[in-house]
Design a protein around this ligand. Structure first.
Ligand code: PMV
Length: 335
């Protein structure tokens, strides 16, 4: 979505859920392995920037409001990001920015918002410079703010990171793979089962850096590279069983890496495990091609094709909801 009138830009950018996970980085936010994600639709950040000229042509001034309230911590984060990547943002000098941002999903839902918020911010900033935004540039700049944000600028499904079978892939920015996937993956659902709304005890930033001397790091990167190549073929063929195997093994590997880093930690909670067990039981009983994945947190993402959505919604309402914090779940799909 884009609007640009009277020195005002409004952009909306969604969150995404990785199927092959990005976990471990080097240099300036470069990934140690490629990743593939599903772009969500209902979980998004909407950002509005109103800009005006100031007297000093060499400085940038800003105010930042999150959910209607001035937020100094976010403002400092954005200022630091713009300063560190100053060479790409010289067009902001001499401006005052009034930035207002809100999320469609509740702040306390435990859903990571850096992918949607940083990509929405970058899209707005680029909207000050250009009428037509170059999505590759938006992905590149979003990556510098938050790695997974690089994947949020394209709809449906996205690949970030160099992989042999796609010559146009890059570690610097994500690319859309929407044209390379079977129709069954173009309307995939992600029902997010909220196990906890608490803030993560260990941030993703700390998690990435624990990969630096992780005993399984090289093995992990090799597995992720293979899973990326395999998943690209699976997505093209519409192979639901192949998708399930990779999605679940990637989720488990991510959390196993946390459990085996030094210091070790876990972000899963009892109800994370309870929900996973129920999903596996339901799949066995019904034969429906549903599966789970996990982000860096306790919430469970239940993934399934559109054809299962009626049965799965009944299953969530009857069974899974009881394991969710305040019975809360978010119905989303790729968009
Ligand atoms: O974008 P970051 O630095 O918050 O890292 C995200 C890492 C995971 O969400 C766990 C996996 C991924 O690929 O999105």
């Amino acid at each position: 979505m884009m609007e640009n009138f009277n020195n005002q830009i409004i952009k909306r950018s969604p969150s995404n859920i990785a199927i092959v996970k990005y976990w471990g980085k080097h240099g300036n936010q470069l990934p140690n392995n490629p990743s593939i994600s599903l772009t969500l639709n209902n979980c998004y950040t909407e950002t509005k920037i109103t800009y005006s000229k100031i007297e000093n042509p060499n400085t940038l001034e800003m105010d930042f409001y999150f959910e209607g309230k001035e937020n100094q911590a976010f403002k400092s984060k954005i200022e630091k990001y713009i300063q560190e990547n100053n060479e790409h943002f010289s067009f902001l000098n001499g401006l005052h920015l009034n930035i207002e941002s809100h999320n469609s999903f509740p702040h306390s839902s435990g859903i990571a918002s850096s992918a949607s918020s940083m990509s929405a911010l970058v899209l707005c900033l680029l909207g000050i410079k250009d009428k037509e935004i170059n999505l590759q540039e938006a992905s590149f700049l979003s990556r510098l703010a938050s790695g997974s944000a690089a994947r949020s600028v394209y709809p449906t499904m996205t690949l970030w990171g160099k992989t042999p079978s796609l010559a146009e892939s890059s570690d610097e920015y994500a690319i859309s793979i929407a044209d390379n996937i079977h129709p069954v993956f173009k309307s995939y659902h992600d029902s997010i089962l909220i196990v906890s709304s608490k803030e993560k005890s260990v941030s993703s930033r700390a998690g990435h850096s624990l990969m630096n001397n992780h005993p399984m790091a090289e093995n992990r990167y090799a597995t992720a590279r293979k899973n990326t190549e395999d998943l690209l073929a699976i997505l093209k063929q519409g192979d639901l069983d192949g998708f399930i195997k990779i999605a679940e093994s990637e989720a488990n590997q991510l959390h196993d890496l946390m459990a085996t880093s030094t210091p070790s930690y876990t972000l899963k909670e009892a109800n994370t495990i309870n929900i996973i067990e129920k999903i596996l039981e339901f799949r066995k009983e019904t034969g429906l091609p549903i599966c789970y994945t996990l982000d860096a947190g306790p919430n469970v993402h239940l993934l399934y094709p559109d054809s299962c959505s009626e049965d799965v919604h009944v299953f969530i309402e009857d069974v899974l909801k009881n394991y969710c914090h305040n019975n809360k779940w978010i119905d989303d799909h790729n968009g």
